[in-house]
Design a binder for this molecule. Structure first.
Ligand code: PLP
Length: 385
């Protein structure tokens, strides 16, 4: 059996070596390392893929989130609501800009932001909501957008983990994740579903005026050379990374389908296990949907109900199966973000999830033998305890 990896970037590269090497060589021969033609071309290709009017490339997903908030004109004192159960980048940029983060609980089945909790947290100071499409599946965007509209709030989608996922509305229409709110951010960190070979990120929006503002903001607040109209940042996607992303974008749907196939095999193996909950697919499409593209499994995350999660992590590691705990501490209990306003009773789901979740190897190169080895280990261990 091939060595099991959490993410197999080498295996994936081997399959697209020629395209990627050619793309990198093209940048090297033209020496247009910054803002080369590859960046512009990738921007257009991603706009076409997503069906969105504007893609604004930038340096990474954290910058993308920050620049979204700057572009919307959020000011110190404004409250921004986001999920308690996510990677820290989301709350970090809110705090860095002097805005007030307001963390709320998530749903136990999808791990995504709980709309009722968002509604409860809205105050006259609330200006924006940041749903994170966690582990590859969109938050309940239809309900969230309705709530945002009712209260006049911006919605910034953190799409770092869900690029390529579809969202299906109640009427059956479909749109890509990251094109559902007012603006969205994404990351091209190597292990993301569409990853480059370094750092990269982007912002998406259908709003022409906001797009114009953002394009200047990523470039030192310049709209005309050496005229600085607003305080901006320096946040660029470099040409080599854009070349890599151009080579990989045409494979994104196939890659996501491979993740879905691996997830389906995991689901099947774990079916009927009383102590194991497989990740829920929450979609408005009918139950007979065979090729569900609503979840792109950035992570495949189980809940282990009988208190053996930590022992299972150790057992898997001892048997050469890497795994992850995303995330082990709720943001409201992280030292940097503790706040007297928070009440533990409002975070019952996150507080439970941090003790139960475990993410198994998930990537485009998993084979049946590896999946069987992993699922046998998990099932035997959890049932023995
Ligand atoms: C990866 C990630 C980010 C940050 O992306 P970087 O490119 O590493 O800055 C932000 N939010 C979420 C949910 C992520 O998973």
């Amino acid at each position: 059996m091939r060595k099991i990896q959490m993410v197999d970037l080498q295996g994936q590269y081997n399959g697209i070596k020629e395209e990627v090497n050619k793309a990198i060589e093209e940048v090297l021969t033209t020496s247009a390392y910054i803002n080369g033609p590859q960046v512009k071309a990738f921007q257009s290709e991603l706009e076409a893929y997503l069906g969105v009017k504007h893609v604004i490339p930038c340096a990474n997903g954290t910058d993308a989130l920050q620049i979204c908030m700057m572009g919307l004109g959020l000011k110190p004192g404004d409250e921004v609501i986001t999920a308690d159960f996510t990677f820290a980048a989301t709350v970090e940029v809110i705090a860095l800009l002097g805005l007030t983060p307001v963390l709320v609980d998530v749903e136990p089945d999808s791990f995504n932001i709980d709309i009722a909790a968002v509604e409860k947290a809205i105050t006259p100071k609330t200006k924006a909501i940041v749903p994170v499409h966690l582990f590859g599946q969109c938050a309940n965007m239809e309900a969230l957008m309705a709530l945002a509209e009712k209260h006049g709030l911006y919605v910034i989608e953190d799409n770092a983990q869900a690029i390529g996922a579809n969202y299906i509305f109640k009427d059956g229409s479909k749109r890509k994740s990251g094109t559902l709110g007012h603006v969205a951010s994404t990351s091209f960190f190597p292990s993301k579903n569409l990853g480059c070979y370094g750092d990269g990120g982007a912002i998406f929006t259908n709003d022409d005026e906001l797009a114009h503002t953002l394009r200047g903001m990523v470039n030192h607040g310049m709209y005309e050379r050496y005229h600085h109209d607003v305080v901006g940042v320096n946040s660029r996607l470099d040409s080599i990374q854009a070349g890599v992303l151009r080579a990989k974008l045409p494979h994104l749907d196939t890659y996501n389908a491979k993740r879905q196939m691996a997830a389906a095999k995991y689901d099947m193996a774990f079916a009927g296990q009383e102590h194991i909950v497989v990740p829920a697919k929450k979609t408005n499409c009918d139950k007979t949907c065979t090729a569900c593209t609503c979840h792109v499994y950035h992570q495949y995350t189980l809940r282990i109900l009988n208190g053996t999660r930590d022992a299972l992590v150790q057992h898997l590691n001892e048997n050469n199966v890497p795994c992850g705990v995303y995330y082990p501490i709720p943001l409201h209990r992280q030292k940097a973000y503790v706040d007297d306003r928070y009440n533990e009773a409002d975070f019952t789901v996150t507080n439970q999830l941090v003790q139960e979740v475990i993410s198994l190897p998930m990537h485009t190169e998993l084979d049946d033998e590896q999946i069987k080895y992993i699922t046998d280990l998990v099932i035997n261990f959890v049932n023995k305890h």
